[in-house]
Design a binder for this molecule. Structure first.
Ligand code: PMP
Length: 287
């Protein structure tokens, strides 16, 4: 049996849900998205994702098509009907389908936004074996556009980056601009040196990760030292540990950067501790 998905107010079997070829998401990547994790049938960090969604939309002169409570209800209903224990809910909102192609934004009164949500089931994601072995990453030039703080659906370059990593026998790529790491292709990047957690400061150069914000809060609450600044690949290779964060990977250790082992070449204790705290605390506040 296929999934039940949400499309513009309706719950439909996935093979009956279709979107116009004139949809601006399809023709122009004119849309935004969010991914909210599900553990034990509950949503993690829902508020953070809803707030960032509203901000991404407003940066593109779009409005929230549904209020936050309705959005939460739809998320919960999809998790319920699709019987998702662990996994996530993907949400995408585009500027809709004006019935033709034009660079000029359509009048929102005439062209309703397209709203799509679907679930992805990933049993046991909190116990991923990769958390015990760690990821290998390569570095690639960050040639994405200059508004990476908006969570847009322009994912071609991140996708190319993942393929470059795969071709190099690695798991992911870290993006480098002007000699410094911005972030991973779909996650925020961190190093640990002398007990200090170092990660890029917030600006238009990176996506403001919801998991990043939670993890840094937990780290500070646990009296860990945090420094928000840019770092280089050389610094990462010379660090004691490295890791990434995202809603789908939580906290995941990185053990190799461009072929050089980080620290002992094994997942480090800071990453392991933060993963544990993040999972514990997020489960407690999951809704
Ligand atoms: N940076 C980028 C480029 C991303 O695509 C993502 C997740 N999609 C993140 C960071 C992590 O954000 P979050 O913790 O909200 O998933």
């Amino acid at each position: 049996m296929g999934r039940i998905v949400y499309l513009n107010g309706e719950y439909l079997p996935e093979d009956q849900a279709s979107v116009s070829i004139f949809d601006r998401g399809f023709l122009m990547a004119d849309g935004v998205y969010e991914v909210t994790s599900v553990l034990d049938g509950k949503l993690l960090d829902f508020d953070g994702h809803a707030v960032r969604l509203e901000r991404s939309l407003s940066e593109l002169d779009m409005t929230m098509p549904l209020d936050k409570d309705t959005l939460l209800e739809i998320h919960r209903e999809l998790v319920r009907i699709n019987d998702v224990t662990d996994g996530g809910v993907y949400l995408q909102i585009t500027r809709g389908a004006p019935g033709d192609r034009d660079f000029v934004f359509p009048d929102p009164e005439q062209t309703p936004q397209t709203v799509v949500l679907f679930t992805q089931s990933k049993p046991g994601i909190a116990n991923s074996p990769q958390a015990l072995t760690g990821l290998k990453v390569i570095s690639i030039d960050d040639v994405r556009w200059g508004r990476r703080d908006i969570k847009t659906v322009q994912l071609l370059y991140p996708s190319m980056g993942k393929m470059m990593a795969k071709a190099a026998g690695c798991d992911d790529a870290w993006l480098v601009e002007d000699g410094a790491v911005t972030e991973g292709t779909s996650n925020n990047a961190y190093i640990v040196k002398g007990g200090k957690i170092i990660t890029r400061d917030l600006s238009n150069d990176i996506l403001h990760g919801i998991t990043r914000s939670a993890v840094l809060r937990f780290a500070r609450e646990a009296q860990m030292d945090v420094e928000e600044r840019a770092f280089t690949i050389a610094e990462a290779q010379d660090a004691d540990e490295a890791f990434i964060t995202s809603a789908s990977m939580f906290v995941m250790p990185v053990v190799e950067v461009d072929g050089v082992a980080v620290g002992t070449g094994k997942p480090g204790s800071v990453a392991a501790r933060l993963r544990e705290i993040y999972l514990d605390e997020s489960r407690k506040s999951a809704i």
